[in-house]
Design a protein around this ligand. Structure first.
Ligand code: COI
Length: 361
């Protein structure tokens, strides 16, 4: 143990109030949270406290200029009841890549991981055992200087809190290709970083998509509105004539950890996999030729979410029923199987939660 994480335990656990068979996504929070403050160039006072509100100054810079980044990760229980993480180091690295893009300090990987282990070990009873459910973990960092000049903040707060979740999309999602708005995610922009503002920019188009009866937007490139990028909440895959195709990481797309895992799984199993530009014209031609076999999204929250239909302009492409989705179903089973320990992890992606001896106060 390198960091002296102090633990103040809650006086009264809320665990018995939770109905684990009916958990809405993102509304139930576990008993504790990890907090550290960046001050004078170093991370100070790492601590685990009862989950709860804290106050910030009205001029806190994150509220004004958006220096705010986050990660989404999950802990699950193996079928034997052991708490496990999925690729925690990769999340730590992506978090720091986001931090650098937003001119924020790194959180040392060792601190990020030690905090995770200590927090999840303490709240491991909050990991739902049900298949398809997990403990969602939300690490985030925000600028905390009390100042309204535009410059990088000098003070930051890093927090990790968790909450049990069921599936993000309990049923297949419908998408509408966005031909008016763009994500902030053009090349050279912030698309490959997990920054709060990217999600804020997706809200208006997502609301308009909802008003038209669709669940989410499918973003197109900002230059020509021609190439598919990702969905508001996840990366996107297509199966075209038996080949798995996903947009290549071009600096404007979030390098999804579930995306990366699915690509590795398909490649190992010998499927044809292509990371490349995919135009909406190609999708429509494949659909007309009966060759658009499947479409699905991938993400930590979504895991693998089948796409039911995609609207582009006036055209609606209805995709085959889920029973016919061989590859999307396989991707979902593989990821869930690894997370439950039912499929052997040959990649070193699954990391058991360690019991870290933190200091009780
Ligand atoms: C995740 O998949 O963890 C995300 O951060 C996306 C968000 C829609 C919940």
């Amino acid at each position: 143990m390198k960091y002296n994480i102090k633990i103040t335990k809650t006086q009264k656990s809320r665990l018995s109030e939770v109905d684990f068979d009916n958990i809405p996504f993102g509304r139930v929070f576990s008993d504790h949270m990890f907090v550290a403050d960046y001050h004078n160039g170093e991370w100070t006072n790492p601590r685990i406290e009862p989950f709860g509100r804290f106050s910030i100054h009205p001029a806190a810079m994150a509220l004004h200029y958006g220096q705010s980044i986050f990660e989404g990760m999950k802990a699950s229980k193996s079928f034997e009841g052991k708490p496990l993480f999925f690729r925690p180091e990769m999340h730590a690295r992506r978090f720091n890549n986001s931090a650098r893009r937003m001119c924020m300090p790194d959180v040392p990987e060792a601190l990020f991981l030690e905090a995770l282990h200590a927090l999840i070990a303490l709240d491991s009873e909050w990991i739902p055992p049900q298949e398809g459910s997990a403990l969602y973990i939300r690490p985030y960092m925000f600028a905390n200087d009390e100042f309204i000049g535009v410059k990088p903040s000098e003070n930051y707060r890093f927090i990790i809190f968790t909450g049990p979740v069921g599936p993000y999309y309990p049923k297949p999602v419908s998408l509408i290709a966005e031909q008016e708005y763009v994500r902030c995610a053009i090349q050279g922009g912030t698309g490959e970083a997990k920054v709060a503002g990217n999600y804020a920019a997706s809200l208006l188009p997502a609301r308009k998509a909802n008003e038209k009866g669709y669940d989410q937007v499918m973003w197109l490139d900002a230059n020509e509105f021609k190439y598919v990028q990702e969905v508001g909440t996840m990366n996107i895959f297509f199966v075209i004539d038996g080949t798995v195709v996903t947009p290549s990481l071009n600096g404007g797309i979030l390098p999804g950890i579930t995306r990366d895992s699915i690509l590795a799984i398909f490649r190992e199993k010998g499927y044809r996999v292509e990371e490349r530009d995919i135009s909406i014209d190609e999708l429509m031609e494949a659909y007309d030729a009966g060759k658009l076999d499947e479409a699905f999204g991938s993400g930590t929250a979504a895991v693998v979410a089948h796409v039911s239909k995609i609207a582009i302009g006036g055209k609606v492409m209805e995709l085959p029923p889920v029973e016919k989705r061989k590859l999307g179903e396989m991707a979902k089973m593989e990821i869930n199987g690894l997370r439950s320990g039912k499929i052997e992890d040959t990649h070193g992606w699954i990391v058991p939660v360690k019991h870290i001896e933190a200091v009780n106060v």
